[in-house]
Each structure stands twice: as structure tokens, then as C-alpha cells.
Design a protein around this ligand. Structure first.
Ligand code: MG
Length: 399
């Protein structure tokens, strides 16, 4: 008798800012269940509806062992595919099925992928501040905790603009100034390297805020600071410009957190136009496609750096970590330092010690959820402000 999917629950909770979407698959085997991350924090209700009203009726009664078949069939059951809402919904199911398979085997998921290449995954944290001095203080704080890789931003993505001459009647919004951002950040990195030297590994996220030709110039200007990587130098819509950056400098490039379609990552990997693939694992559709893309990247010397901010749920972070421990071409893991409440809500949440992330030793993904506690922190649903990004003349811009 195969073990089958008996029920699928969608758990929505907001313990620390981000609205999290967790899928719980309950099986026909009493007490056996799995968890997966389906977190698309900005449109969590849409993912919730996709799971409850579309995936759940499609999946009840299916054999939990057939992860690959379920992934393939879920991806095409809607006919229209490769979008963020459905990919996240499918990821919740996919990760939960890997969790279940691991529990049935009595093994952590990294064993099912092929076993460990390393004992812990090196992580980077996010240093920030409003001045170069404050950013240096923030980096030192991370170094004292054992971090050796640190992302540096000043004044948030795109920087804080002081020099804005808006037209009359300009609407409210999250304004920034491209030129000011570039000048301020070049000065900031000069200060950081002069204070801290070149041993600490530094990253920076442009967050697709520049014009393509500005990104080419900025990547070139940043070469002297020997970054570990420069992230999202371009928007996905401008992927074709990566070759121009490559022709100009050797600044390592990380890309992919917004990708959800194979045609977005395939040419960049095949063309060796990026160094790190940074896809958001739930946005790709879960562990199954991430495993395939990691193996594909390995053939081209492109390393993994899965997206891992606070809007990846703890379950999603556990999934990232199992991929990290296995992948021969692991590069780095982004980490967001969850608070105590999140650790209480998600027993088994991976821990960082001396700059390395370690899993709990449980079978499957090794993480659980306290549903009663999660229910005490329901998601609020308000209009998102930070993505209402504008240029000095009021024009809409990418966030
Ligand atoms: Mg980013």
C-alpha cells in the first residue's frame, strides 16, 4: 500500500516582519507529515488560494513517493506555468514531499541528494548603516560573531537620496538617486577597505537600481575593492547586458533571486556570464528544480548562493541548507539571523556558529512548526510601500 497525500494545510504566520506561507502535507500514514516553504511574502494570499483551491484537490490521494512526477504534473496542470504564485505553491508541496521522504528513510534530505560535501554552510550577513563609519561598525559586529562574509549597504537599496529636486506635484514614494547612490557607495567601499583591509569577504547588492550602462561602469569601478560578489547588477529584463559587464571587468557577479523561468538562468549559466546563481528556491518551484539547476551550474563552474533573507521561511532556509551541504558547487548562503520567537515557532531551525550554518540532526528537513504559536501571529495585509520606488523626477523605478 503506498503512503498517500491525505490532506494539505496552508499555514500563514508573521512572527518577524515577513508574512510566511508554510505547506503541511498530512499523509495516510498516521502521524507522518512534511513541511515546505511557499513564501511569496508580497502576495501571500494568492499563494494560499492557489494551494487551497487548485493544488490540494489535484493532489489528494497521490503517492507521496513520486516527488518528481508530482512536480512535473503540478507544473503543467495549470497549462500556464512558470509564474511566481504557482511556483511558490508547488515549492510548498515539493519541499514537504522531500521532508516526508527523508522521514520515511530515516535520513536528512542532504543524504537523499547524494550526501554531504561539507559539514556546515558558510553564510553571509547584512551589514548596514547611514554612513561609511556606521557600516564599518556593523561589519565589525559581524566579524566578532565569526562571520567572514558580509554584505554591505548604506542607507538601504539604492541608498538614501539627499539631493532630490522633484517636480511640482511629485507623488510620495521610495525615492532614490542613481548617481548619488554610486558615488556614495564607491566612497563607502574605499573607507571599508582602508579600515578593514582585504581579508574580509564583502558583497554588495545593486538591487537592479541602475541603468544597464551605469551597472557596467559601476561593476568596473568596484573591481578594485575585490568583492566576493556584486549582486543583481541588472534587472532580469536586462540579462543580455551581462556580457557587457564581463567584457569590462572581473568583478564576480551574483544573479537570480527574481528568476522563475528556466530561460532566465540557462543562458547566463551556459554563457558563464555569472559566478553565483542566487535563485529563491521556493520561487523556482522547490528543491527538485534547485537540485537540477545546481547540477547544471556545476558543469559550467557557476556556484550556488541561494536567496536567504527573512522572506524565506525557516522551512525554506532548512531546504537551502540541505542543498548547500550537498552541492559540489556550493558558493555561499545568505542568512538573516532570526529572533528567539522564530526559533520557538520552528523547532529545529538551523543555527549559525562561527560563520557556518548547521542543520538539526532530524530526518527529512529536520524542522517542525508549533502551529498554536504560529496562529498567535496572523499575517496582516497592507499595501506594500517599499516597492513603490521612484526616481528624482517621480518616474516609477524597479525596487
Ligand atoms: Mg538581493
Amino acid at each position: 500500500m503506498p503512503v498517500t497525500i491525505k490532506d494539505i494545510k496552508t499555514i500563514l504566520t508573521q512572527p518577524a516582519g515577513s508574512k510566511l506561507v508554510i505547506v503541511k502535507i498530512i499523509t495516510s500514514d498516521d502521524g507522518l507529515y512534511g513541511l515546505g516553504c511557499a513564501t511569496f511574502t508580497q502576495r501571500f494570499e494568492a499563494v494560499h488560494a492557489a494551494i487551497e483551491h487548485h493544488l490540494k484537490p489535484f493532489l489528494i490521494g497521490r503517492d507521496v513517493d513520486r516527488i518528481e512526477e508530482i512536480w512535473q504534473m503540478s507544473a503543467v496542470n495549470s497549462y500556464w506555468r512558470n509564474g511566481p504564485v504557482l511556483n511558490n505553491a508547488i515549492s510548498g508541496v515539493d519541499q514537504a514531499l522531500w521532508d516526508i521522504k527523508g522521514k520515511r528513510a530515516g535520513m536528512p534530505v542532504y543524504q537523499l541528494l547524494g550526501g554531504k560535501c561539507r559539514e556546515g554552510a558558510a553564510v553571509y550577513g547584512h551589514a548596514g548603516g547611514d554612513t561609511p563609519e556606521a557600516v564599518v561598525d556593523s561589519i565589525r559586529g559581524f566579524e566578532e560573531e565569526g562571520y567572514r562574509y558580509i554584505r554591505c549597504q548604506m542607507g538601504g537599496y539604492g541608498g538614501k537620496a539627499s539631493n532630490l529636486a522633484k517636480p511640482e506635484g511629485a507623488p510620495d514614494g521610495a525615492y532614490y538617486h542613481r548617481k548619488e547612490y554610486m558615488m556614495n557607495h564607491l566612497r563607502m567601499f574605499e573607507h571599508i577597505r582602508s579600515e578593514l583591509g582585504f581579508e574580509v569577504e564583502l558583497c554588495h547588492d545593486i538591487h537592479e537600481r541602475l541603468q544597464p550602462i551605469e551597472a557596467v561602469g559601476f561593476a568596473k569601478d568596484m573591481e578594485q575593492f575585490k568583492l566576493f560578489f556584486l549582486e543583481d547588477a541588472l534587472a532580469p529584463e536586462d540579462n543580455d547586458w551581462f556580457k557587457n559587464i564581463r567584457e569590462q571587468c572581473s568583478t564576480p557577479l551574483a544573479m537570480g533571486e527574481l528568476f522563475n523561468h528556466p530561460h532566465e538562468w540557462r543562458p547566463l549559466i551556459e554563457g558563464r556570464l555569472i559566478d553565483f546563481m542566487r535563485m529563491h528556491v521556493s520561487q523556482m518551484g522547490g528543491i527538485t528544480p534547485a537540485r537540477n539547476v545546481a547540477a547544471f551550474g556545476n558543469m559550467y563552474g557557476v556556484r550556488t548562493a541561494w536567496h536567504g533573507p527573512g522572506d524565506t521561511s525557516p522551512v525554506g532556509h532548512a531546504a537551502n541548507l540541505h542543498l548547500d551541504l550537498w552541492a559540489p558547487n556550493f558558493g555561499i548562503q545568505e542568512w538573516c539571523r532570526f529572533n528567539e520567537l522564530v526559533y520557538d515557532m520552528f523547532p529545529g531551525l538551523p543555527e549559525v556558529r562561527n560563520g557556518y550554518l548547521y542543520p538539526s540532526e532530524g530526518a527529512g528537513l529536520g524542522i517542525d512548526i508549533d502551529e498554536e504559536l504560529a496562529a498567535k501571529y496572523p499575517c496582516s495585509n497592507e499595501v506594500i510601500q517599499w516597492t513603490q520606488t521612484r526616481l528624482p523626477d517621480g518616474s516609477p523605478a524597479r525596487p
